[in-house]
Design a protein around this ligand. Structure first.
Ligand SMILES: Nc1ncnc2c1ncn2[C@@H]1O[C@H](COP(=O)(O)OP(=O)(O)OP(=O)(O)O)[C@@H](O)[C@H]1O
Ligand SMILES: [Mg+2]
Length: 315
């Protein structure tokens, strides 16, 4: 946790100050309660408003490692906003989001470092159309690898300069650097190829996304997120932009990830999939989680009237 006010401000906060985006500011309404160290993600009093419209209304919830949470509910109930608040793509108006115990709403936490561990897959794939498939997958890991290398080299340069002025006994040791730019690129490429082989698309490595089917593009968007070694995958209706015959291949891949133990939160209209894969189903309505439980209860014995009504329309 990062509540120690005496800590100096790290780079992240300085950058945030410059950012034109309005940042979340802690209010007295939501004192920080200790977060559950067992939870992978925890939200406390999560509230999001767009002007007068309250889209998320004081939600407190935990997601544990290994859980597969399906979020269902009518259009406009706040499902996407909830998902986007989990990795703070959307700044909460109020409340807190913790990921592995780090308060993502605390300006001293480097949000970019945390967000890397949360893979996000959107309805519209969001691949870079001007890059081939391989580049799409390796772009972020290479960028981050090179950034880290640069940081380590810069640190060593500082130590070396400092050492010029230090006595023999007081010289500081350099940070060991076991990689190189070439190695980072090669490793990212090998990893991307391994992931492409896994989904049977290794032969598409050098083609551009526009030449692929929707199902292929979405599977590539999924492995692109996996290339960052995420701790959790967030899916926002990953199959709703697909032609019906391509839905199966994408759901199959998500199901495989679930079976391998990946923690996931998936907003979906695929009730059969939610029933089969989810360990917990959340029903959202009017910005609240109105009812939740194991799929057998949510689908088999719903209690809430609005959930019953929703299921009667979608099942
Ligand atoms: N950037 C925004 N600015 C203003 N209003 C927004 C914004 N994003 C979402 N909303 C509003 O917030 C409400 C919830 O939107 P959200 O996208 O979270 O719903 P949803 O449950 O994902 O719906 P759907 O099933 O249609 O995807 C909607 O009324 C929407 O119009
Ligand atoms: Mg949505």
């Amino acid at each position: 946790m990062n509540e120690d006010k005496k800590q100096p401000l790290p780079e992240a906060e300085k950058q945030d100050v410059k950012s034109p985006k309005p940042k979340f500011v802690k209010t007295e309404k939501t004192p920080v309660e200790p977060c559950d160290p067992e939870a992978l993600i925890e939200v406390q009093h999560l509230t999001k408003s767009f002007g007068e419209l309250t889209v998320l209304d004081d939600i407190s919830e935990k997601i544990m490692q290994g859980e597969k949470v399906a979020v269902i509910g009518p259009s406009g109930s706040g499902k996407s906003t909830f998902l986007r608040c989990l990795n703070v793509l959307e700044d909460p108006t109020d409340g807190y989001v913790f990921f592995e115990g780090n308060n993502l709403c605390d300006l001293r936490v480097d949000i970019n470092v945390q967000r890397r561990r949360m893979g996000m897959v959107f309805q519209q794939f969001n691949l870079f159309n001007n890059m081939n498939v391989l580049k799409n997958i390796t772009l972020a890991p290479v960028h981050i690898g090179l950034q880290e290398l640069k940081r380590a080299k810069r640190k060593n340069l500082g130590i070396k300069i400092g050492n010029l002025f230090r006595g023999k006994e007081k010289k500081k040791a350099l940070v060991p650097i076991e990689t190189s730019a070439k190695k980072i690129r090669e490793e990212a490429k090998a990893n991307a190829m391994r992931l492409l082989e896994r989904i049977g698309l290794a032969d598409k490595a050098s083609v551009f996304p526009s030449t692929l089917s929707g199902g292929q593009r979405q599977r590539i968007a999924i492995v692109r997120a996996l290339a960052m070694n995420p701790k959790v995958m967030l899916f926002d209706e990953p199959t709703s932009a697909l032609d019906p015959e391509m839905v199966g291949e994408v759901l199959e891949l998500i199901k495989e990830l679930a079976d391998e133990g990946m923690t996931m939160v998936i907003v979906t209209h695929e009730m059969g999939f939610a029933r089969e894969v989810a360990t917990r189903v959340m029903f959202m309505d009017g910005g609240k989680i109105v009812e939740q439980g194991p799929p057998s209860e949510i689908f088999g014995a719903p209690k809430n009237e609005r959930l019953k009504d929703f299921l009667s329309k979608v099942l």
